[in-house]
Design a protein around this ligand. Structure first.
Ligand code: SF4
Ligand code: SF4
Length: 177
C-alpha cells in the first residue's frame, strides 16, 4: 500500500478500527452468551461489499498477497474460508467484524428496533436486556460506511461505480493478487 492508498482509504480504516474497539467492548459485556470460537464458521458465507471496502482490502493485498486458496465447494461459501478459518482475518470486511454480537437495526417501517444475532449465541436471554448501549448501532455504522463509499466512488475511475454498487468479495481473486 503506498501513501496515496493510505490517504484514500483512511476513513474506511478508521471505521474498521472503531468497529474493532466496539466489538472488543461488546464481547466483554456479553461473554457468557457467546459461543464463538476458532473453527466455527456458520456465519461465513459469500458476500459482496461496497467498492471502497473491496479496493481498501485489495490495497492491503497488493503489498502482502494472499496465497492461492482452494476453490469453495459451492457458490454460497466464502472464498476466504479455509479449513474453517478466515484466510484474510486482519483485512476482513466490516460485516465480518460484527459476527456473533447483538446487532440493532431500525425496522423497515421505521417504528421499532430489531435485534439480530447468530443462532449459536444468545440461546438464553431476555430482549429487555438489550439497549443502545450494549448492541451494535448498525444503522449508524451502515450510514457511515455508505457515506465513505459515496465519496470514494465519486472520485474513482470516472464514475465506474454508482454509490449503491456492490462487488463480490470473491472477485478479489480476479483483481490481480
Ligand atoms: S471474509 Fe473471512 S470472516 Fe468474512 S465471511 Fe469470509 S471467511 Fe468469514
Ligand atoms: S457468530 Fe455464530 S457461527 Fe460465527 S463464530 Fe460465532 S457462534 Fe460461530
Amino acid at each position: 500500500m503506498d501513501q496515496s492508498d493510505k490517504d484514500t482509504f483512511v476513513p474506511y480504516y478508521q471505521l474498521r478500527t472503531e468497529i474493532d474497539a466496539l466489538s472488543e467492548s461488546l464481547e466483554k459485556q456479553h461473554q457468557k452468551h457467546l459461543n464463538c470460537k476458532k473453527g466455527c464458521d456458520l456465519c461465513c458465507m459469500a458476500i459482496s461489499v461496497f467498492p471502497v471496502e473491496f479496493y481498501a482490502i485489495k490495497a492491503e493485498f497488493d503489498k502482502k498477497p494472499v496465497a492461492e486458496l482452494p476453490v469453495p465447494q459451492n457458490d454460497e461459501d466464502c472464498r476466504f474460508l479455509v479449513d474453517h478459518s478466515c484466510a484474510i482475518y486482519l483485512s476482513r470486511p466490516v460485516i465480518c467484524r460484527t459476527h456473533g454480537l447483538p446487532l440493532l437495526y431500525m425496522s423497515l417501517d421505521g417504528d421499532d428496533y430489531e435485534l439480530s444475532c447468530c443462532e449459536l449465541n444468545f440461546t438464553d436471554f431476555d430482549f429487555e436486556d438489550f439497549d443502545e448501549e450494549n448492541t451494535y448501532p448498525m444503522d449508524r455504522i451502515n450510514s457511515i460506511l455508505y457515506q465513505i463509499n459515496k465519496k470514494f466512488v465519486a472520485g474513482f475511475e470516472n464514475g465506474r461505480y454508482s454509490e449503491t454498487d456492490r462487488i463480490p468479495l470473491a472477485d478479489l481473486f480476479g483483481s490481480g493478487f
